[in-house]
Design a binder for this molecule. Structure first.
Ligand code: CP
Length: 344
């Protein structure tokens, strides 16, 4: 595996291997010195054509914790605004000696084009393309689910190392139509053995969803009460991809919130162990209330923290060729001042 373009490209063994590697990386992050020398001398370019807070910062942190050199490229303020093509941007990055390119683009398929066109030798990591895929988001969600729910006798918490998500029920709720997070999670969580129910108004369910390996419900209250999900993953209503606030997809924000928002009343019907997830950024008061977002069940901030460990794992596995689950080895030696000097 040279690139990470889609969550659907991962086998169960490969996905568990990424999660286990992320667990090793997470363990290094509670040390006083968090930096590993693993990717010293390698260059990671964050190529962001679309806005991001979590993913961009997370990849930058991950690459720096692995001692890689990091170049942050934002389309705003670059020659893209003068009409430069994706090809010429890619050729520039090739000339700069990029070893990995982490790309977010508003166009579905842009990371695949970068990986396949022959413009770059670098590993390409999809950091979210249009409404298509966001594989590292699904991996960090799976990592978070596993930590809280997998391999634990009382569905409480263990590290879950080596485990998949067999038997878990995850409800993914909201704007599925525009969501690369939903598409990535359906692929990855079902590969790992989870049962997924998508819950959305009919207008926000994509054409062809019946071919996806999941159930579809239009009734959030029934799914929460009868399905007793182990996790409820709320999706952001992507108003920027709609023609106006609701864009004709739902009558009004208030009605959407009443039918599909997670609030204190709906939290109260969930099993005690059920966790609440959201990829961020959140529309508080629309798809999730402040009570739900800030409740003890919410693991939303933890998802962000887990994103660093997962992205460290992905960069490490792609750039060192350790992605084969049979032959991998994770370096957990923290950089010390002495090793810094030895490499100077
Ligand atoms: N979850 C996510 O992709 O967030 P950002 O858009 O802030 O990167």
């Amino acid at each position: 595996m040279k690139h990470l373009l889609s969550a659907a490209d991962l086998t169960r063994a490969e996905a568990v291997h990424v999660l286990d590697t992320a667990a090793e990386m997470a363990a290094t992050q509670s040390r006083e010195i968090k930096k590993l020398p693993t990717l010293r001398g390698r260059t990671v370019v964050n190529l962001f054509f679309e806005d991001s807070t979590r993913t961009r910062i997370s990849f930058e942190t991950a690459a720096k914790r692995l001692s890689a050199d990091v170049i942050n490229f934002s389309a705003k303020g670059s020659s893209v605004s003068k009409g430069e093509s994706l090809k010429d941007t890619a050729l520039t990055l090739q000339a700069m000696g990029a070893d990995a390119v982490v790309v977010r683009h508003q166009a579905s398929g842009a990371p695949h084009l970068l990986a396949r066109a022959g413009w770059l030798d670098a590993a390409v990591v999809n950091a979210g393309d249009g409404t298509h895929q966001h594989p590292t988001q699904a991996l960090l969600d799976a990592f978070t689910l596993r930590r809280h729910l997998a391999g634990d006798p009382a569905l409480g918490a263990t590290s879950g190392v080596g485990a998949d998500l067999d038997g878990l029920h995850v409800a993914i709720v909201g704007d599925v139509l525009h969501s690369r997070v939903a598409r990535s999670n359906v692929a990855l969580l079902t590969t790992l053995g989870a049962h997924v129910t998508l819950v959305a108004p009919p207008t926000l369910v994509p054409v062809g969803v019946e071919t996806w390996p999941c159930e579809v419900s239009y009734d959030l209250d029934a799914t929460l009460a009868d399905g007793k999900p182990d996790a409820v993953m709320m999706l952001r209503v992507q108003r920027e991809r709609m023609s106006s606030a609701g864009g004709g997809f739902f009558p009004s924000p208030l009605e959407y919130s009443r039918a599909y928002g997670l609030d204190a009343r709906r939290l109260a019907v969930l099993p005690e162990h059920t966790i609440v997830m959201h990829p961020g950024p959140m529309n508080r008061g629309l798809e999730i209330s402040a009570e739900a977002a800030d409740s003890p069940r919410a693991v939303i901030v933890e998802q962000v923290a887990n994103g660093v460990a997962v992205r460290m794992a992905v960069l490490y596995l792609l750039l060192t060729g350790q992605h084969d689950p049979q032959s991998a080895r994770v370096p957990t030696t923290t950089t010390t001042h002495r090793t810094e000097e030895a490499h100077a």
